[in-house]
Design a protein around this ligand. Structure first.
Ligand code: ADE
Length: 208
């Protein structure tokens, strides 16, 4: 799976892949990540990417030219790229979306900043628009990461232990049983007996 991030702030995203499971997924060749900066596609002297709103409303918007040129060029090189725009106006991103999108070959996340992205870019290129929750963030980088994390763990081989996924797959609602490590008694708190007997059917019935 390839994830491409269209962002003005690569550093906000890149560091998340420098540790733990996603770092290993890259090392194993299961994930590849690339970054594209709209500033590299500007035609003005100062690399300006934002402008006032046509409506006269407060705040700046990413104007169409750099993003349209960037996405056109990306689609020429990768015609199957599936383009996602995180936005509070999108539909709520769910676990089912994470599972479905884990089968795509190449996902592209386009992060807006300021007041958002000119709607003409979204109309031209969006395959889907997603919101990650009922609140407004300062940009699309965190939502892009949240979605890519949830998608990655549904790619075969990314989680060391495939049982972790199968437990979730038949869970509805998505609450797993609580988990305990060793020792069975720590200070005055003990692990419930079902866990010590390894009775997984009973344990998964013990929702949080
Ligand atoms: N951009 C800003 N806030 C967002 C949210 N809640 N979900 C997706 N994209 C966003």
């Amino acid at each position: 799976m390839q994830f491409s991030y269209v962002t003005l702030f690569e550093g906000l995203i890149a560091s998340y892949f420098e540790d733990s499971i996603l770092k290993r997924a890259i090392a194993k060749g299961l994930l590849e990540i690339t970054f594209l900066n709209p500033r590299d596609y500007t035609k003005n002297k100062h690399g300006k990417v934002d402008d006032y709103q046509a409506s006269g409303g407060a705040g700046l918007v990413l104007f169409p030219q750099p993003l349209l040129d960037l996405l056109r060029s990306l689609k020429e090189k990768s015609p199957h790229a599936y383009i996602i725009f995180p936005t509070p106006a999108g539909k709520l991103f769910t676990q089912n979306d994470a599972k479905r999108l884990a089968h795509k070959e190449h996902l592209v996340f386009v992060s807006g900043r300021y007041e958002g992205i000119d709607e003409r870019v979204i109309e031209t290129f969006a395959d889907e628009l997603f919101c990650i929750g009922d609140y407004v963030l300062t940009g699309g980088e965190l939502p892009s990461l949240v979605m890519s994390d949830a998608i990655s763990r549904n790619i075969k081989g990314v989680l060391g232990n495939e049982d972790s996924l199968s437990i979730e797959s038949f869970e509805s609602p998505l609450l797993e049983a609580p988990c305990f490590s060793k020792p069975p008694l720590y200070e005055d708190k003990s692990v419930p007996s079902e866990f010590l007997k390894g009775n997984h059917a009973k344990i998964t019935g013990l929702k949080k």
